[in-house]
Design a protein around this ligand. Structure first.
Ligand code: NAD
Length: 511
């Protein structure tokens, strides 16, 4: 079953460099597939180091000579508000493209523009309200923070909710005054093209936003290794993050890494059963299960275990799998045949490791495309691959536990530490268990609802650094400390009078 091709697609997807849509220097393109048929629907320019060189040069020129880093925060914010307005205006177009290109159910794709726009409004608000530290040493010294944009930002993004992920990096990078080169994911380049229209209509100065399409190993790698790029903000797989980490070292780039996850939801027997059921089903099957914070491991306390597994499996069997363009579809096609094969391989592994209680195969009514039924494995042991490894699809692993300690231990027994969910009506336990979980974020009796002011990021294999609110602006800024003497200069006079009674010492007057 196919889906609807959006109207008004260009003949080909191109790079955007120095204010112009351009082909690759070598003219190369790659095939972009549509996930309900896996047929090629468009060609996309395939960038190499030559294209990255041109994009970085344009971003560098805009940074060194252009108005963007030098604007008053209010002036920059006004352009970012216009960006948000432009993004909001294209909600339906964006949803249609995102759904068509990535296989996201259309109803779930349509929230993305609103969220992307909100990212720009939020960071525009922050820069006009930004406060930096100043410290006074009465009569002696004044110290203050001179915040400056870090320079040219390399932004490398994944294919799940691609436009939203791109906005999550573009908004704080641009708000901070950086110029950028974006490398969108090669599976889903279609919606990124909309940024060109958005930024041009909003009046972003030329060269501030640049985009190079292509594969990670060529375009992405060249961006990471480029000596004129000051930072890399990366979202993607942990193994890719490890490679990029190494490749940033020779040029000492700042790095922010949002990586994979295998997030636990701990459901105690005293939890609101129905609320936990609804939330954990939505948590793993929304966005086709291609969600970094998916509650992909459910740890359920023994007294309610059988009842929970049964109820969960019954609901999973009724999850509506269908084409992305159908407004009733709850779970649609996975992004790409190679990813689909990977997920299906995990399903086969799971059948050897645990008890399959729902799904586990392609739906009968969808003979082609990357479709998989909502899949549930129960009695999953902790050393199972489907317990330990990120599947990034509509597959959940359910495991029983007997004590609070065991639940915490199971939660922490994987290499990841992105999100966690705790379901209990015992307030004390909710907090104590949350504190003991090794993860960057915890939701208590809640689905994944984000307040943009809070920290976002993972620990262990799930990431490096934390963004969110002012933390994101800090990542894209240099905080230069300026120290100025207010009174007489007291320096130990080497080669003259030498040390004296009033010598401030090596640590200086502030200590
Ligand atoms: P991926 O690592 O395969 O690719 C991500 C991006 O990196 C793509 O643009 C790709 O072209 C590029 N890339 C690949 N190799 C590269 C290299 N050697 N040098 C430079 N760039 C390179 O990830 P994916 O499959 O696109 O995305 C899914 C992964 O992203 C999952 O693991 C998911 O958990 C993770 N993710 C994490 C978060 C988070 O916030 N923690 C959010 C979304 C997705």
């Amino acid at each position: 079953m196919t889906t609807t091709r959006p109207e008004g697609l260009p003949d080909q997807l191109r790079h955007y460099i120095g204010g112009k849509l351009v082909d690759s220097v070598n003219g190369e393109t790659f095939d972009v597939l549509e996930p309900t048929t896996n047929e090629t629907y468009i060609q996309c320019a395939s960038g190499t180091a030559d294209d990255v060189d041109l994009a970085v040069a344009a971003a560098r020129k805009a940074f060194d000579e252009g108005p963007w880093p030098r604007m008053m925060p209010r002036e920059r914010a006004n352009i970012l508000y216009r960006v948000a307005d432009e993004v909001s205006k294209m909600n339906e177009r964006l949803a249609a493209r995102e759904s068509f290109d990535s296989g996201l159910p259309i109803r779930q794709a349509s929230g993305q523009a609103k969220r992307a726009a909100e990212n720009f409004r939020f960071f525009a608000d922050l820069i006009v309200a930004q406060v930096d530290d100043a410290f006074r040493m009465p009569g002696r010294q004044m110290n203050y923070v001179n915040r400056k944009p870090k320079g040219v930002a390399g932004l490398i993004t994944p294919w799940n909710t691609p436009f939203m992920q791109e906005s999550w990096k573009l908004a704080p990078a641009l708000a901070s005054g950086c110029t950028v080169v974006l490398k969108p994911a090669e599976f889903t380049p279609l919606s990124a093209e909309l940024w060109v229209e958005v930024f041009e209509n909003a009046g972003l100065p030329e060269g501030v936003f640049n985009m190079v399409h292509g594969f990670g190993e060529s375009a992405g790698d060249a961006l990471v290794k480029h000596p004129d790029v000051n930072l890399i903000s990366f979202t993607g797989e942990t193994t890719t993050g490890q490679i990029i980490f190494g490749n940033c070292a020779p040029t000492m780039k700042s790095m922010s890494m949002e990586l994979g996850g295998k997030s636990p939801a701990i459901i105690f027997a005293d939890a609101d059963f129905e609320a936990a059921l609804d939330s954990t089903l939505f948590g793993v099957y929304s966005l086709n299960g291609e969600r970094c914070t998916a509650s992909s491991r459910l740890l359920v306390e023994r007294p309610i275990y059988d009842r929970f597994v049964e109820a969960y499996a019954e609901r999973a069997k009724k999850v509506k799998v269908g084409p992305p363009s159908d407004p009733d579809t709850e779970l649609a096609a996975l992004v790409h045949p190679s990813h689909y094969d990977r997920v299906m391989n995990y399903v086969e592994v799971g059948k050897q490791e645990a008890r399959l209680v729902a799904g586990g195969k392609r739906p009968d009514h969808l003979p082609e495309g990357n479709y998989l039924e909502a899949t549930v494995f129960a009695d999953v042991p902790r050393d199972a691959r489907i317990f330990q490894e990120e599947i990034f699809g509509p597959v959940v692993a359910i495991t029983p536990f007997d004590t609070e300690e065991e639940a915490i231990e199971l939660a922490n027994s994987v290499k990841y530490g992105l999100a966690a969910y705790v379901w209990t009506s015992d307030v004390t336990r909710a907090h104590n268990v949350s504190h003991a979980i090794e993860s960057g974020m915890v939701w208590i009796n809640s689905h994944n609802v984000r307040d943009l002011r809070t920290p976002f990021g993972g620990v262990k294999g799930s990431g490096l650094g934390q963004e969110g609110g002012y933390r994101s602006l800090d990542f894209y800024s240099v905080q230069q400390a300026i120290h100025v003497t207010l009174g007489d200069v007291h320096t130990t006079r080497f080669g003259a009078t030498g040390y004296s009674e009033n010598d401030p010492g090596l640590a200086g007057p502030g200590s």
